[in-house]
Design a protein around this ligand. Sequence first.
Ligand code: GUN
Length: 305
Amino acid sequence: MTIASLIDGKAVAAGVRTNVASAVASLVKKHNYAPTLAVVLVGEDPASQVYVRNKHKFTREAGMRSLEHKLPEDVSEDVVLKLVKSLNADPSVDGILVQLPLPNHINTNRVISEIDPAKDVDGLTEISAGRLSLGRSGLRPCTPVGSVILAKHVLNAQGEDLSGKHCVIVGRSILVGKPAAFLFLEENCTVTIAHSLTKDLASVCRSADILVAAVGRPMMIKGDWIKKGAVVIDVGINRVPNKAKNAKRPTKLVGDVDYKAACEYASAITPVPGGVGPMTIACLLRNTVLAACARRGWDAPKSVL
Ligand code: GUN
């Protein structure tokens, strides 16, 4: 029997984007200024190309300026660093995002470290990560923020909140797992970070009131690893062969959770696609507005706070 309700990330993200657009409109009215997001894409990874295209579309739809810098796969690290430095120095650029993954010959940490923390709308620099870990204000990574918003949204609908809940995060990446742990802690959750080498991962997952799956392995988390009534936030986006009869496409997207089986246990679950994915871009747009205001000493419009 299916009991889980679907957490509609597309609808929640549309609400965040509407709030961003109204914040941008108020900045234009008050300061005659629309924030600018610059995205750097190196190479031709198909998934990254789709993300960058969507970022461009939604940035413009929110009334902001969108700059795209596309560099070839074999570009040198030096050229990427010089581009980041020039975006740092450009006063008309408010937010910088370097799309990951970068090709293997480029040192990702070196490139991220070069981004001006005031423009770090991805929340990945040492300064942003340090501020988050110390509980100070700053720009937060977008996918973890989107995950917290969705968890809060569904718990509110259930007449509950995050405080005191046990949140188990499976995955320890700098993009999702680690920052998500700090963000759920800020919401007064009791947080466990688990990963692919955690002993008896199934029982650890079974102790979660909120289970965040961010391990990057297709359908690794089984239905019976989920406590009855838990909220499941599936951050995984994995492309796998589509074995369905009469499949229209040879591949399909699945999450890190076995969605169908999980529906028998969870009270609510994010689908893949259409769950956390749309939230990432919406939160990126919000960070761009926040960065633009902080850099200029303006109060951020209420709709993005
Ligand atoms: N690639 C996949 N997700 C992300 C993200 O949130 N930020 C960056 N920079 N690259 C990504």
